[in-house]
Design a protein around this ligand. Structure first.
Ligand code: RET
Length: 237
């Protein structure tokens, strides 16, 4: 079988190594954590980077990729991205929601919107005509905007009821999420998936890799670096 992976494999290998190193770093730091509530943040974050590490490995080695025919063109689609995101984006939101002290309904709303976003984004990636691809992209982007609205509204309000340190850490992470997550639909529509052919696969893969490493390892690093703040977040209020 011929592999569909081209020169963009460079970025996929960098992604694999980056996610693996991130995972090992968090495991190393988490080993000495004894508080069960704090362990929760470590467990969630370690799963985020380890799922990404295996999905990047799947893409780099040609397993996580397929072809989708759109009109008379065959697009190279890395389906493993969506398999990664359907699990890791809810976990990222869970980290944020636990930090903010959100209740179950808010957590369920956020995760529901997120699954809707990635689910419809996956349909967009596999749709067979440019028009339907863009329509599904629009639906997915609408779910993202509602999700960010909940993040800025309810979740930020929850966080403000926590200690000033927790509220400030939450604010940093929330802003990081807003900026990075909004770039995903932009890269997608400009890239090969959008069928406009503005961003070639090589650069699109590089862009997603930088976004993924920042949104997972960068996010986890900022979240877990301040143990004293997390201890306060984890303390029963
Ligand atoms: C897609 C395409 C359709 C439109 C939208 C998308 C959004 C994706 C997002 C992904 C976030 C991924 C993260 C990964 C962590 O490393 C599916 C690209 C809105 C927001 C944070």
């Amino acid at each position: 079988m011929t592999t569909l992976v081209g020169p963009e494999s460079l970025w996929l290998w960098i992604g694999t190594i980056g996610m693996t190193l991130g995972t090992l770093y968090f495991v190393g730091r988490g080993r000495s954590v004894r508080d069960p509530k704090m362990q929760e943040f470590y467990i969630i974050t370690i799963f985020i980077t380890s799922i990404a590490a295996v999905m990047y490995f799947a893409m780099a080695t040609g397993f996580g990729v397929t072809e989708v025919v759109v009109g008379d063109e065959a697009l190279t689609i890395y389906w493993a991205r969506y398999a990664d995101w359907i699990f890791t984006t809810p976990l990222l939101l869970l980290d944020l929601a636990l930090l903010a002290g959100a209740n179950r309904n808010t957590i369920a709303t956020l995760i529901g919107l997120d699954v809707l976003m990635i689910g419809t984004g996956t349909v967009a990636a596999f749709a067979a005509t440019p028009g339907t691809r863009i329509a599904w992209w629009g639906i997915s982007t609408a779910a993202l905007l509602v999700l960010l609205y909940v993040l800025v509204g309810t979740l930020s309000k929850n966080a403000r009821n926590q200690s000033p340190e927790v509220a400030s850490l939450f604010g940093t992470l929330r802003n990081l999420v807003i900026v990075l997550w909004l770039l995903y639909p932009v890269v997608w529509i400009l890239g090969t998936e959008g069928t406009f052919g503005i961003l070639p696969l090589y650069w699109e893969t590089a862009a997603f890799m930088v976004l993924d490493l920042s949104a997972k390892v960068g996010f986890g690093f900022i979240l877990l670096r301040s143990r004293s703040v997390l201890e306060r977040a984890a303390a029963p209020s």
